[in-house]
Write a new protein. Structure first.
Length: 67
């Protein structure tokens, strides 16, 4: 689980890039708290071959990335 809440882009994307590079997990959960991060992490994940499910918890978002 990557907790990127409180960070603005591009930091959440960089955090996800590092996790993918260090182990390329089949499933990865990412918590963010702004729409820009949702969009940018989603774009990166899809380009890296992941499917993305976005869950909205009243302003906090959980992205579930799966291969």
């Amino acid at each position: 689980m990557i907790d990127a809440r409180g960070y603005s882009c591009p930091t959440p994307v960089v955090m996800v890039q590092k996790a993918v590079k260090n182990g390329a997990p089949d499933t990865l959960e990412v918590a963010v708290d702004n729409q820009c991060s949702v969009e940018n992490v989603t774009r990166f994940a899809r380009n890296a071959g992941y499917q993305v499910e976005v869950r909205d918890f009243e302003g906090d978002f959980k992205l579930v990335l799966t291969k």
